[in-house]
Write a protein that binds this ligand. Sequence first.
Ligand SMILES: [Zn+2]
Ligand SMILES: [Zn+2]
Length: 269
Amino acid sequence: MKLSTYHSHSVFCDGKNTAEEMLLRAIELGCPEYGFSGHVYSQGDDEWCISKDGMPEYRREVLRLKEKYKDKIKVFLGIEYDYLSCEPTEPYDYVIGSVHTLLKDGVRAEVDGGTYESRLENVKKLWGGDPYAFVEDYFLAISDIYNKTCCDVIGHFDIVNKFNQKERMFDEKHPRYVAAATAALDKLLLTPAVFEFNTGGAYRGYRDNFYPNDFLLERIALAKKPMLITSDTHCTDSLLFGYEAAVKKLDAFGIKYLTSMDDVLEITR
Ligand SMILES: [Zn+2]
Ligand SMILES: [Zn+2]
C-alpha cells in the first residue's frame, strides 16, 4: 500500500514549492491521496503562516487542484492549526493541531521556529534558565490542543526537543520531562484525535529520530492507538522522506498506521 502525506506546506505559508508543484510530485510518486495543511493565519506569526487575506485564496487553490486532478489523486483540504490562532476550523476536511509558539508573560516564544541559540536565550529570559519549565509549558499547551481545536491529528507531539540533538539543552529522560510528556500524552489519548509520526525534523537535520520519542511510542502502543505517518514536507524533495524507516519503527513497536485520511476521519468524526 503506497502511503501519502497529509502534513504538507507550500508557498502559501513557509513552503518552497507551489501547491500544484507539491501535488504533481505526489502524483509522480504514485500517492493515492494527498493532504494540504498550510499553517493557518495566526496574528503575530506572519513570517511562516498564511496571511489573513491568503486564507480564502489557499482554500480556492486547493479546491481547484482537487477538481483538476480528481482522476489522478484524491485531494484533501486540510489545515495545520496553531494553538494561538483564532481562525475558524470549519472550512477544512481535517485539522492538524500543533503548538509552534508559547505565550509566556505576554511574550511570544518559539517552540518550532528560531534557532538553538534563540531558544536558549528565551529559556534564560522567560523561564529563568530552567529548560524543564519551558518543556512543561509546552506539554501543558499541547495537552489542551484537542479542547481548543477539535483536531483530527495531533501535530508533531514532542517538538519541544527540536534543537535538543545530543540532549544539549535538557535530558529527555529527566523525570520532569517524562512526567510532563506522559501527562499530556495520556490526556490526548483519551480524545479521538490521532497522533502523527512526523519525519519532518529529521529531514531538516534537526534530529536523528522522528516525533514523538520512543518512550511515548511505547505508551501509544499500549493504548492500541493507530498513528498517521507524515513528512511535514515543505518542498517536493521531502514529500515521503523517511517513510521506510518510519514504517519499520512503528512495526517494531506494534503500532498500526493509517493509510487513508478517510480512515482517520472515521475515527475522529
Ligand atoms: Zn507544525
Ligand atoms: Zn507543518
